[in-house]
Ligand binder design. Sequence first.
Ligand code: ZN
Length: 295
Amino acid sequence: MSDPTTPVAWGIQLAKLWLATGQGFPVNVKALALEVTKQKFSEPVGIIKPHGIDGIDGMLSKRNKHKDWCISYDENVVVPGRINFTLAHELGHYLLHRTVRDTFQCGQKEMMDYDSLESRRIEAQANTFASYLLMPRNDFDTQIKGQEISFELFGHCAERYQTSLTATILKWLEFTEETAMLVVADHDEFICWSFCSQSAKRLGVYKAPGEVVPASALEYLKTNTSNTRSPRRALAGVWHPTEEAIECVIVSDQFEQLIFLIRFPLAFSPDHEDEPESDAFTVLSEKAQGLNWKK
Ligand SMILES: [Zn+2]
């Protein structure tokens, strides 16, 4: 069988391979990368180690002397799940892009040259691969089937897959038929970025970076300071001119961010039209590089 050529196909194949070992979730990217590349390629990933460089989440580099490749990562990243995602991201570069370059440095935008379209494209592909490897669709479906959608539920999934909460919710938004949107804002109440499910896109609820968080949402946050804020009903006019919404929010003090999950349970969702595949991880690398989205 010939090797896959796309990020999605690689992600699906390696996830299957991992699960066939019977070890379950989370996918141990380290073990998988070392073993699979050793079996398949003449210049495998020979070593995976921490590199102690601040601001560079992950690196892939060729070691000419050893005739292999090294993946290294910032071991001081404290966000749960982020290191695992970074390792998967670097494995994605190895599988998809190693003939293009000898070194990949991945992390915050300020440090990196993501200006070119080509750079953004390969970053997005590595993220897509990582999401398919770590969060296989079938298993994700099983986890959420019949459950009330909530941050707790996604938190459970994030723990299962060892991914960040944001990356986990983005994965759900990519495939759900619900009308829902993730909105990340800073504490100054400006929206940093948002991502809509297909159905939410059709409803036109998208919030652009720089827009202001609705006043009533901020008011609710101020008057309900407990850590366990219940979801609230947001009337038509708050998140959409004519649609009511259910609004959940968590406050990330560590990163000074507000994370909103907005669902429109009553929104009429027209039949599926032929639209290009939504790809959260392309959107991310285009809109949110440097915004620490992996949190
Ligand atoms: Zn990268």
